[in-house]
Write a protein that binds this ligand. Structure first.
Ligand code: AHG
Ligand code: MN
Ligand code: MN
Ligand code: MN
Length: 336
């Protein structure tokens, strides 16, 4: 039996679901960039890629060398292909304009080039997250600079989303709105090979992920929910829960996609004007699309994340995602 590579999967999607050729090409190029990032990550100290730069991104985070390198790899890989009207990234204040020497295309690409930056220097899994939107109207045919407004579409408008996780294996997880597929990088072939046909998040779970060190800053519904999880068998939920926190969203979400669980990054009373730490457009939206496509659920406590109308490129959002039963419960505590 020959193995299904990412290229073959995408060609078959065109036959069965009319996936447009330009979208197919776009996804392949993103996957190629992820291979290059995987390669850089795996060199570690030998490649001189560890450590920080002396610059900060728009969120005031000190950029790691790999944050900047990964961003450049993604920009360079994607700017020339003619499928994009523009790109946006965690590491860039403003949208990236496709250079005038290249044709523009119908899509917008958003990414978190390197997720879990704090884990790079300690050799723990990191990743890349991406989201693809259509450029509204005829914005790709205009010569004017592409503004932020073109990107401000709710997550329901995503046509593709995925992430790469650079762990013991490099994997690419992808949704085109028709379920979730997992590909493993075969380093000898140099290709992503379909290894996880239909990824599904179990409806119920006994595992949660949250940064417990922020407990004193959480709002009452989250305080209540987590205290019930910690109460175990004797508490109102009647079962013992286990906890994991990797501090790379990609790795935490990947665990949940594989064996269930709930991931939470709630609002924080320290920064009342910033709902949560995670960014809506290139972290929460693509992950929510994947989780929903895998039968899970994703909310900000009040509403479905994919329905949130973004107001700015780098806006933040509270995140509760994973196994339906638990996300429903904590969302209910917020609403009631
Ligand atoms: P990034 O490295 O892209 O800035 O994202 C970091 C995020 C996310 O990956 C992770 O879930 C979270 O920050 C970890 O936050 P804590 O530092 O509070 O653990
Ligand atoms: Mn960051
Ligand atoms: Mn991130
Ligand atoms: Mn990042």
């Amino acid at each position: 039996m020959s193995r299904t590579t990412l290229s073959r999967y995408l060609i078959e999607q065109t036959r069965s679901h009319n996936t447009p050729a330009d979208l197919r090409f776009l996804v392949e190029v993103v996957a190629r960039a992820c291979k290059a990032i995987s390669h850089a990550v795996s060199k570690g100290a030998l490649g001189g890629v560890l450590g920080s730069t002396d610059t900060e991104n728009v969120q005031g985070e000190v950029q790691k060398k790999l944050d900047v390198m990964s961003n450049e790899i993604l920009l360079e890989a994607n700017e020339w292909g003619g499928t994009l009207a523009g790109m946006a990234s965690e590491e860039m204040d403003k949208p990236y304009q496709i250079p005038g020497r290249y044709p523009k295309g119908a899509y917008l690409l958003l990414f978190d080039p390197l997720d879990g930056s704090s884990n790079i220097d300690v050799n723990v899994s990191v990743g890349t997250i991406f989201s693809v939107l259509r450029c509204p109207g005829d914005c790709f045919s205009q010569n004017d600079a592409l503004g932020e407004e073109a990107f401000l579409q709710p997550g329901t408008k995503q046509v593709a989303a995925g992430y790469a996780v650079y762990g013991p294996q490099t994997m690419l997880i992808l949704t085109l709105g028709d379920g979730v597929k997992g590909f493993t990088l075969d380093r000898e072939l140099g290709s992503f090979v379909l290894t996880h046909e239909n990824m599904n998040v179990p409806q119920s779970t006994a595992e949660f992920a949250i940064n417990m060190s922020n407990q004193r800053h959480w709002e009452p519904p989250v305080q209540r929910y987590v205290s019930e999880l910690l109460a175990g068998e004797e508490g109102p939920l009647g079962k013992n829960y286990n906890m994991r926190w990797i501090a790379s969203m990609v790795a935490d979400v990947h665990r949940i996609l594989t064996r269930g669980g709930i991931f939470m990054y709630p609002r924080d009373a320290r920064e009342p004007d910033k709902p949560g730490k995670l960014r809506l457009m290139y972290e929460a939206n693509p992950m929510s699309f994947i989780i929903e496509q895998a039968g899970g659920m994703a909310t900000n406590g009040q509403q479905r994340i994919l329905d949130v109308q973004p107001k700015s490129l780098h806006e933040r959002v509270a995140v509760f995602l994973g196994s339906k039963e638990e996300v429903e419960r904590v969302t209910g505590y917020h609403q009631g």
